[in-house]
Design a protein around this ligand. Sequence first.
Ligand SMILES: [Zn+2]
Length: 442
Amino acid sequence: MRLSAVVALAVLAVATPSFAAPKAAAISDAAERKMVATIDAERERNVQLLEALVRVNSGTMNLAGVERVGQMLRPEFEQLGFQVRWIPMAKVGRAGHLIATHKGDGKGKRILLIGHLDTVFEPDSPFQGWTRKGDIVEGPGVGDMKGGDVVIVSALRAMHAAGTLKRADITVVLTGDEEKPGEPLAVAREDLIAAGRASDVALDFEGLSQAGGKDVGSIARRSSTSWTIRARAKSGHSSGVCKPNAGCGAIYELARIVDAFRRELPEPNLTYNVGVILGGTEAGLNAEDTGGQASGKPNVIAGEAVARGDIRTLSPEQEARVRARMQAIVAAHLDKAEAEIEFSDDGYPPMAPTAGNRALLAKLNAVNATLGLPEMPAGDPANRGAGDISFVAFIDGLVGMGMAGEGSHAPGETADLTSLDRQAKRAALLITRLSREPRAKP
Ligand SMILES: [Zn+2]
């Protein structure tokens, strides 16, 4: 889930002007000056924390490793006055979540900060360890998203040093299974959803999106849900295939359906993949949902066919519309054939590009102006896969508050340390400003 396409064009990075933020002195607000100065002063501390976290393997299914990373972050929050809880998730076969809450004056916006502790690199992955070459660090999960977890800590430490944390109501939720969520999702994400219900704004610290070497804002994420089509038809001797008496069989019926999907459904921000297809006299999916088996003969009309695929949309309305159109296509059966489509409810919902999210990006750009950083345009949501913030898309949100990097989910993953400072400064000022805004809900 994931950060599917952090587009960081290394070649362009060389040509792109550096993000040299102005010295703190240029900033008019004393507290904001203090936050920027604190982050600059604590640069090496942040890098050491990141190295320590990356050196501990926390592949999602390495439950002890995920919990260890959680326990390493616990004191970082406790020393800033947060109440920290570890929520075990054995009930869905996962490690658990770390939740840290800071009670402020109860007047300002309640801010939810989202991250995850796990990575896609299990202990048997050859990609372990940490290397640093100047501002580029390499290691499992360094960009996705232990760097983002350190951005959260660095921003909150700066707020603490500047005295702006005191009055802020903040909840931090670091899930332990973002890369391979436990099931049912409704249980695996109930604590995150509850934290969202008790908040006004959500900031997700997954990797920073870049386009052409420039930072962009992320106001939307697409959903990730799946579907299954099962087709059945009268089987028989192939000499009569597609004749009125025999019909064309289940494979032609399924081929009709997926081809109609390809030709008739395209629209902006929508993708729908067919990941596996099986057909024959008999055909079925295996329990692991990783394929299946089919048997049949060239001279026998296929009696069964099955396919699995996904849908990625940008809004609940688009999801509903596409599902209805798929249903209609499936229902237009060939003669003597039948089929039905089943949609999984256990998927990631979309985070639509709402007016509230755009307004939040505008506030982030006001912070960029204060910091002397370039304006961040809204990035293309199709470039980001599904992610945890979508579970709280009922409140205004921004994603991509974490570090910039390359090659996430693959050996050789890197992150750019200059983005750590930049993002920590952005987050510290934005969270502080939001915490001073009157609360949306009583
Ligand atoms: Zn991630």
